[in-house]
Design a binder for this molecule. Sequence first.
Ligand SMILES: [Zn+2]
Length: 412
Amino acid sequence: MGRIYLLDVTNRDGVQTARLGLSKLAKTMINIYLNEMGVFQSEFGFPTTRHESHYLRANLKLAEMGVLQPIRLEGWLRATVDDVETAYRLVPNIKHLNLSISTSRQMIMGKFKGTKSEQDILTMAAEAIDAARSHGAETVGINAEDASRTDTDFLLRFALMGRERGADRFRYCDTLGYDNPFTIYNTCKLLAEEVGIPIETHCHGDLGMAVGNSVAGAMGIIDGGQDAYINTTVNGVGERAGNADMVAVVLALRKSKELAKKYKFGTPIKLSVAWKICKYASYAFGVPIPINQPGVGANAFAHASGIHADGVLKDPQNYELYDYKELGRGEPEQVETGREICSGEYGGTAGFRHIMGKMEVSFKDRDEAERVLELARYANVLAQKPLVEDELKFIAKYPDIAKELMTIAPLE
Ligand SMILES: [Zn+2]
């Protein structure tokens, strides 16, 4: 029986979204929290994009140091030999790749304007897989952009080409959120049966079905005899109406009627990290969590109406499917309501020592304190908002890594 794995794309789809973005330190914190949560893989960035290079290399070092373990860090790029070459030139130690190319007639005609045939698409992708392998990629996923609007025959040919060239996984992208749970179940089951390698779902919320489609797709993949890798993002951020919300996907698979009996995670998921990662992502992106967001919204466990309040006080299970403690909620949180010293890009030693002292972080000498303060200033330049406790602690603990990942050198 196949298993379900989470493959989070916050640091790729999430940050490429209009009006949204993360500092390199914030991307690193997301990787750390995803790892803590038990997420199998983080699509941690763009290895062909120059301003990502230092961040990607530094995060690969964190993996080597055991900080980002066991999570897999995988880079996303276009399925061309040129992009694979560039990726290995800029980030030589990258081990896991996802190679993306459009497969639908709409996109082949609409984007390539008649310069590419379906055969060209197959050839480009095949050559990109070969190039990734020749550079020593440990795993290669092959990504069919707009798979849900692609003719099934060609989609199968494309996925089978991937398997023959040694791709480890096939990513089924419902790029425009066009599928519904019934169509994606059927297509993903067919792909699993016919292609015979693990399948990923990548779903968007244009029609409000990203989570439902991800779950139904994963059911199809497992019923078709393969492992399923669900692409998610924290708080559902992503292109246009967003991607499948990670916490909602976990809740659906664990709590929805009869699902958990048959469809199980391949790695233990620590749902108790949900509150922390969702709150952090909300702060880092500058996007409030909607009041009605599953699990972590302000109203997810709030009751006002007489009948509901009475019922939930008698027995929470009358009106709650799951307990707030499961999501890491319920602990009191301290909020400063009086005088506050914040980190900032123009901060000085006294304020910095005060902030770090409150977190019980001490320095062995003045030089060390000065160095960490200087790094914190740079982190503030990039974030343009006060750093949170975990960010400051990270900088103090791994100053060399922090320096590397924050290094942005235009026209290098
Ligand atoms: Zn997407």
